[in-house]
Structure formats: C-alpha cells, structure tokens
Design a protein around this ligand. Structure first.
Ligand SMILES: [Zn+2]
Length: 153
C-alpha cells in the first residue's frame, strides 16, 4: 500500500519500510540487490527490504524481506543496530544494521522483486546506480559502517 506523503512523493508501505544493511564484521562490504523492473525505481540498487507489515517493526520486516527476496537466513546474522534513514514523519525508512560472515562464494537468491543480489565493496557502492533513497542516505551509512570498524564484540 502506498503512503502519499507530505513531501510530495509516494512511498511504499502503510507503516513505513525497512531494509537490511548487511555487512561483514570487518566491514569490507554490504549486500545490495538490483531491483527488478516490476517494482518502484526498477533497475536501481538498494538494500533488501520492503514495507513494514502491521506491528512487526523494522527488524522483523527487514529480516522477512531479506529472506523473501534474497534467501538470507536470519539464523546466520547478528542484528547490531537500527538506523533511521528517511524520516518524513508519516513515513520512515529504517536500516537494520546486521553482520554476517562474507562468503568467498556467496549464493544469494533472486525473486520477482530483485534481479540480482550481491556483496559490494564499500568503496564501490557509490559507483552503482542507487535507489534515490539509498543514494541520499549512503554517505551517512558509510560513516556509520566505518566508525564501527574494528570494534570488538
Ligand atoms: Zn515523504
């Protein structure tokens, strides 16, 4: 369901949306997916995610969408934090920062919503054709990712 927002845009999700910002403990990269032509801003790259359903909240929504869209199993990842991205009052986008080992040969799924899912090196993210929301939020997210570099669990 679309939210027709006071910013003049429409956003997907009655209760806002959330995405999984999945990185590795060494913070070398993040998981991005190329959005299929079937969805809003098709052909751009974004994090796996989607609309929050009812009262599930951003963490459950991000993990559910990442599983649906890319076959990412919640068991294999540690949720570290939530980061508020776009905040338009009646509509928000929340990034769920999580860590998982970066496999040498990742096997990430596809779905009707995502043509391709891949680990992308941090310094290569900005070179992709990003979804406008991620394009706007990426500099702040990159700072967050780099700030946490080297912390001990
Ligand atoms: Zn808005």
């Amino acid at each position: 369901m679309w939210t027709y927002c006071s910013c003049g845009e429409r956003h997907w999700g009655r209760y806002g949306a959330a995405g999984l910002l999945l990185t590795d403990p060494a913070r070398t990269g993040v998981v991005l997916q190329k959005r299929s032509r079937m969805v809003h801003h098709g052909g751009t790259w974004s994090v796996p995610g989607g609309a929050i359903e009812g009262l599930e909240g951003p963490v459950r929504a991000a993990l559910r969408e990442a599983h649906e869209e890319a076959g990412i199993e919640a068991e294999g990842i540690d949720v570290v934090d939530t980061i508020l991205g776009t905040d338009h009052g009646e509509w928000t986008y929340t990034y769920v920062l999580a860590e998982a080992e970066r496999p040498a040969d990742p096997r990430l799924g596809t779905s009707w919503e995502a043509d391709h899912t891949a680990w992308v090196d941090l310094d290569r993210v900005a070179t992709r054709r990003l979804h406008p929301g991620l394009r706007a939020d990426w500099p702040g997210l990159l700072t967050t990712l780099e700030d946490c570099d080297g912390r001990t669990a």
